[in-house]
Write a protein that binds this ligand. Structure first.
Ligand SMILES: Cc1ncc(COP(=O)(O)O)c(C=O)c1O
Length: 441
């Protein structure tokens, strides 16, 4: 082909404009998609948690094309061992055959009907025999749906209008008053919702004493996936709520079916009056459930609570299959064993590499915390390490979630890659001090 006769505009640009040539050839496919997405989808993604972090631009995949087991592949074909698991829901693994087969089988019969499907009862009975205090339950689609439903029940049952909340419960107005009015939540709602910083027993008691008779429920996460793994805070809330006739709503969206089959209620030995479950129940299919003691759940007989997709059968079939596998194969023992192995690797790699650090959290969702006296160094190092983990093909964000498809060989491989990433992060740190601004502190 003659250089003076390029065949088309694109080739013309390639030919005559070297920087564009370079740009088009090295720009990853996912970056090209992300540019297009930004002009059409706010932040280029459906949920803030999946927003690409600019500092990780070079290494963090912006789109995921597919997953299998504990592995993911991005649009450019790069493979990752995944420890984020779709923000928590993938407990067994991606494209888990037995779950997907159950979904395919249900698909032959229909996705959604004008009346209840027998699968709903089947799942409800399984939940009753698995989750503590689930004398009755109903299904929804998301974690916040379940939380909103429980708060509604608590208010209707107690005929009180205020709630106290502790931890993240989703984006709906009742749970987002802290950023009001900037986020579109009316300011008057602040009067009805008070926030207890998670773990702050004194503040919980102060608010209960101040607003006592007006409080319908305290809605709280049982564990914040941080260092305090004792369960003492949720136990304290249980005692406090009982003393004052307030309902305790446990938001088990992240802890349910993960810490144990019976969630944090079972793990910490704390009874909830009402509880919400979502992630981990159906291996990634969109399903949530709100459950509780009959006395409270029966309040639903008195008012309207209706939504079209709550009985969608594919997710229900997925949940039934997921729960069967969890029970039959003692999945949680495996999650704990693999998580413990990972934590041992964290401790060992910190020691070998000579950086002060320690494995933290519970094995089902742990992390390596850097513990040098220089807090800013620790934060920078964690940040650089995360960037380098993506480069190595490890997808992990703050907490390393374990799924049933993580086998010993995956954990060893991940640890090897994590070691290399940590070496590199330590090498980078002195040169990147001024540019490393952690986003999550
Ligand atoms: C504890 C907790 N509650 C509620 C939610 C909201 O769940 P969803 O995003 O399914 O509505 C989340 C989501 O991360 C969560 O972690």
């Amino acid at each position: 082909m003659s250089p003076s006769k390029p065949p088309g505009t694109f080739r013309y640009l390639q030919w005559h404009n070297a920087p564009i040539t370079l740009f088009t050839t090295i720009m990853k496919l996912s970056d090209q998609y992300f540019d297009r997405a930004l002009s059409l989808i706010p932040w280029g993604t459906q949920t803030n948690a999946k927003r690409p972090i600019p500092f990780f631009n070079e290494t963090m995949p912006k789109f995921i094309e597919r997953g299998k087991g504990c592995r993911l592949w991005d649009m450019d074909g790069k493979e990752y061992i995944d420890f984020r698991l779709s923000l928590g829901p993938v407990t067994l693994g991606y494209c888990y055959d037995e779950v997907d087969d159950a979904v395919r089988e249900q698909m032959q019969k229909g996705v959604l009907f004008s009346m209840a499907s027998p699968r709903e009862l089947e799942l409800a009975e399984m939940i009753r025999s698995t989750v503590p205090n689930a004398e009755m339950c109903r299904f929804m689609k998301t974690g916040e749906d379940a939380n909103l439903s429980n708060v509604r029940i608590a208010r209707a049952y107690t005929k009180r209008d205020m709630i106290l909340m502790s931890g993240y419960h989703g984006y709906p107005d009742w749970f987002a008053t802290e950023d009001s009015p900037n986020n579109g939540v009316p300011e008057f709602m602040k009067e009805y919702v008070k926030v207890i910083p998670w773990g702050d027993c004194e503040e919980a008691e102060r608010l209960v004493r101040r607003y006592g008779e007006r409080i319908a429920c305290i809605i709280s996460i049982p564990y914040d996936f941080n260092e305090d793994t004792s369960g003492s805070y949720i136990r304290y809330l249980r005692t406090l709520t009982r003393e004052h006739g307030i309902l305790l709503v446990m938001d088990e969206v992240l802890t349910g079916f993960r810490l144990a089959l019976g969630g944090a209620q079972e793990f910490f030995g704390v009874d909830a009056d009402l509880a919400s479950y979502a992630k981990a129940i159906a291996n990634g299919y969109p399903l949530s459930t709100y459950v509780g003691k009959r006395e409270y759940m029966q309040t639903l007989d008195r008012f309207k609570m209706t939504t079209t997709y709550a009985g969608e059968t594919l997710s229900i079939a997925a949940a039934i299959a997921t729960m069967k596998i969890m029970k039959r194969e003692k999945v949680h023992e495996h999650l704990w064993a693999m998580g413990t192995l990972l934590m041992e690797h964290f401790d060992a790699m910190a020691k070998e590499i000579g950086v002060e650090g320690k494995a933290m959290g519970l094995p089902v969702a742990s992390w390596l915390k850097f513990t040098t006296p220089d807090i800013q160094f620790n934060e920078r190092l964690a940040y650089l390490w995360q960037r380098e983990l993506y480069r190595e093909g490890i997808f992990a964000n703050l907490r390393w979630f374990i799924c049933y498809s993580h086998k010993e060989s995956d954990i060893h491989e991940a640890a090897e890659k994590a070691r290399r990433a940590l070496h590199r992060a330590l090498e980078c740190e002195p040169n990147e001090r001024s540019t490393t601004v952690p986003f999550y502190h």
